[in-house]
Write a protein that binds this ligand. Sequence first.
Ligand SMILES: O=C(O)CCC(=O)C(=O)O
Ligand SMILES: [Fe+2]
Length: 336
Amino acid sequence: MVVGLRMEEKIRDDFQLPIIDLLSSKSNRSATSKQIVKACEEYGFFKVINHGVPHHIITQMEEEAHKFFSKPLSEKQRAGPANPYGYGCKNIGLKGDMGEVEYLLLQTNPHFITSLLHNSNKYISQDSNNFRCAVIGYVEAVRELACEVLDLIGEGLGGAYPPSSHFTGLIRDVESDCVLRLNHYPPCDDVRIGFGEHTDPQMLTLLRSNGVEGLEISLEEGVWVPVKPHPESAFCVNVGDVLKVMTNERFVSVKHRVVMKSYKARRSMAYFAAPPLDATITCNSHSHNNPNPNPIYRSFTWGEYKKATYSCRLGDVTARLNHFKMPLSPLPLPED
Ligand SMILES: O=C(O)CCC(=O)C(=O)O
Ligand SMILES: [Fe+2]
């Protein structure tokens, strides 16, 4: 029995998802930025290779995640509950969504990590200094990668958008609300939903896994493309709702999920790049390439949108975004 999958779904195993080689941006920046913008418009998803995140930084974080998830459940629970930060098991979010996943959700601000390890009632690691160094090193490196990608996106979008530093400024801000999520999907001998379909609410997600498959993205309703693990240590990049709104829906935020059907455990690490809670998100409809000349959304703060995501089920993406849509202009009354 396939748990939680609809029968009428199509799986496109043969589909080639875009792969961006960031090394090529050194010799031809403009071509790379156009490639990235095209991927954000068509899929809201691409992989990056030659990304420059040092191997030892990745390995150190993966080892700490491995140590944490290998502990007995009762010990892991001492780092919970995820309200929203901390350890969670099967329960995703606050609205009853369930998946075959364990996770550790961390705010990326170094002060938060330090206080979580030393002053809070949540116990994560016996060697909290190693854990702290691994998280801080990893977060710094992936934030740089997120900024590089956002800079290229800004350049590719062209002059009608705010300078590309606008996007990166939101992420580099000391008050930015970026989050790191470590996921662990236990092995299983049937097919199970690890993480139900959703879009990521933030600006951009940088995701990597231990090479065990399971991630799928949706190209259209009911059509899913399995994301094959990449031999060159790629990062997957998801466009989140905030970037979709900021580009007035020129970009799509990618619908994705994890379906587990492996005898091996899947581990993934997702860095969610988000603005400060009080930053205003405004949609830009002035670009000549924008298919939508009028702003689709009213301005709102990231804090307001984050709150809306907490009050909706994981898959209720349309409902939570609709809440921020401009009211439709009333239809003109027929003349007598
Ligand atoms: O584990 C994965 O590959 C995806 C996880 C994910 O979508 C998330 O944490 O938002
Ligand atoms: Fe996600």
